[in-house]
Structure formats: structure tokens, C-alpha cells
Design a protein around this ligand. Structure first.
Ligand code: HEC
Length: 120
């Protein structure tokens, strides 16, 4: 009888503990901006833009994650054709307050990332 009670108490306590731990979890809704380019992206960018500064693609990646998901969800890089992306960037760069250089870097990032998804 006593042992049963102890087991029951333990079960209740651990259940409560697990529950409270779960509800305390932080849900990450914003994508984490990576401080480095993945090896895949680096290779893809260098194949598409020989001699490109890796830092430019990294900046493009940061801009994309920080500026392009504000009004709508972050667009999938493969959602637009290669020909359409520059047109969208003409449209979206002013909306995202990107200057000409930032727009160029963001577009380069998008197309390099797109190559990985589309040419798999
Ligand atoms: C100030 C708000 C705003 C920001 C910031 C913004 N967009 Fe948009 N975006 C829109 C609106 C509004 C539309 C709807 C179509 C239009 O207005 O041309 C849209 C549509 C799009 C579409 C077309 C989606 C589809 O499939 O029809 C793409 C692609 C896109 N945006 C990419 C981007 C990128 C890349 C960035 C970052 C450089 C960006 N957007 C930043 C407001 C924004």
C-alpha cells in the first residue's frame, strides 16, 4: 500500500515536471542567421560566380534571412525561376530597403542557393 503510494506520487511528480518543462520551451519562429556559409553554398556560389567574394554571398544570406521574411514568409529559393528572380528583386529591394549593392548580393545568394536545390 505504501509502496503503491510512493510510485503514484513519483509518477505524478515526473509527469508534472515533464509537462512544465515542455510548456517552458521556446519556440523559434525566426530563422537563425548563420554566421558562416555552408560548404555547399560556397561551392555553388563559386561555380556560378567564379572569383566571387565569399563574404558577399554571406552578406546576401544574412540580408535574405533578416529582410525578406518580414512581410511574407521567407520565400523558397526554388519558388521562382532563374529569370524571374532578378525581376522580383527589382520589386522587393525597395520594399526591403536594400541599396543596389545589397540587392546584388542578396540575388547572388538566392541564385547560388537555388542551384543547390534545383540542380540536385
Ligand atoms: C515591405 C514588405 C516586403 C518586404 C520587406 C519583402 N517583400 Fe516580397 N512581397 C511583398 C508583397 C506585398 C508581395 C506581393 C506581390 C507584389 O507586391 O509584387 C511580395 C511578393 C514576393 C514574391 C512573390 C511571391 C509569389 O510567389 O507570388 C517574392 C519571390 C518575394 N516577394 C521575395 C522577396 C524577397 C527576396 C525579399 C527580400 C529582398 C522580399 N520579398 C521582401 C512585400 C515584401
Amino acid at each position: 500500500m505504501k509502496i503503491k503510494f510512493v510510485i503514484l506520487t513519483l509518477a505524478v511528480v515526473s509527469l508534472t515536471f515533464c509537462k512544465s518543462k515542455k510548456s517552458g520551451e521556446t519556440v523559434i519562429t525566426k530563422p537563425i542567421v548563420k554566421e558562416e556559409l555552408s560548404a555547399d553554398l560556397k561551392a555553388s556560389a563559386e561555380a556560378r560566380y567564379p572569383g566571387v567574394a565569399v563574404a558577399d554571398i554571406l552578406e546576401g544570406q544574412k540580408l535574405y534571412y533578416s529582410k525578406c521574411g518580414k512581410c511574407h514568409g521567407l520565400p523558397e529559393v526554388e519558388s521562382q525561376t532563374e529569370a524571374k528572380w532578378p525581376e522580383w528583386m527589382d520589386d522587393m529591394a525597395p520594399k526591403a530597403n536594400l541599396d543596389a549593392a545589397q540587392k546584388e548580393k542578396t540575388l547572388k545568394y538566392i541564385l547560388a542557393a537555388r542551384d543547390i536545390k534545383v540542380k540536385k
